[in-house]
Design a protein around this ligand. Sequence first.
Ligand code: IPE
Ligand code: IPE
Ligand code: MG
Length: 252
Amino acid sequence: MSIRLPFFRKKRKKLERIKHENTPEHIAIIMDGNGRWAKKKGLPRIAGHKEGMTVVQKIVRSAVKYDIKILTLFAFSTENWKRPKPEVDFLMRLPKEFLHIYLPEMIENNVRIDTIGDFDSLPPHTRKAIIHAKEQTKDNDGLLLNFAFNYGGRYDIMCAMKEIVRDVDEGKLTIDSVDEESFATYLNTKNIEDPDLLIRTSGEQRLSNFLLWQLAYTELLFTDVLWPDYNEELFGNAITEYQNRKRRYGGV
Ligand code: IPE
Ligand code: IPE
Ligand code: MG
């Protein structure tokens, strides 16, 4: 017992460093750099994806501790199908593997799992694992863990536009009633607020077709750290950095 106490004290101190005011409610992350992490170690790219999966769970735990409301993780883009088939196949199996290991902990931590993106084009085995997780966590009201899986910002906006045209055609909507607020209700993110903070790992400073509409006034934070090396401390630092920024939304 006397050996374990200092460990707990140290942990608590780390958490207390985060102020509770002005915490971002919705954090979005472009988890990038898995391939380069693996290459640096002389491993196949998929080893980077596997390691990245363990980091996802660490960051989910942190988000729960910091009382973040929504965590949206970019896990597979509509452009990632361009990758070699064995890599794509591996990425399509990852949700099942991830959920097999971590779903019980998610349930215990009151986490609700959801996805955005083109769900219907996913392989049946991937859909099945995700549907099961959504079903098992649907009544949870803690952290919303939102995976952007087969997601593209342009795809999202284009689908919204098509649906609006359809509703206008069917007389359910008039063109003049469409404004920014109603447009947003046609997006994949219709039930959630825009991200307050976007983090991208791996040193790339671009959006790569992530939440194009939703990131209009999001605070952006880029770090050189590769996703498999990302950790709770860096995540805590990112929250602190957000808390020190001043958002103006075009005002003063
Ligand atoms: C991000 O890591 C994970 C996915 C896009 C699925 P990458 O696989 O893009 O890794 P890098 O950017 O090639 O290092
Ligand atoms: C963005 O990373 C997609 C995900 C992290 C899932 P990419 O690695 O696909 O982006 P680019 O190709 O470097 O722009
Ligand atoms: Mg990449």
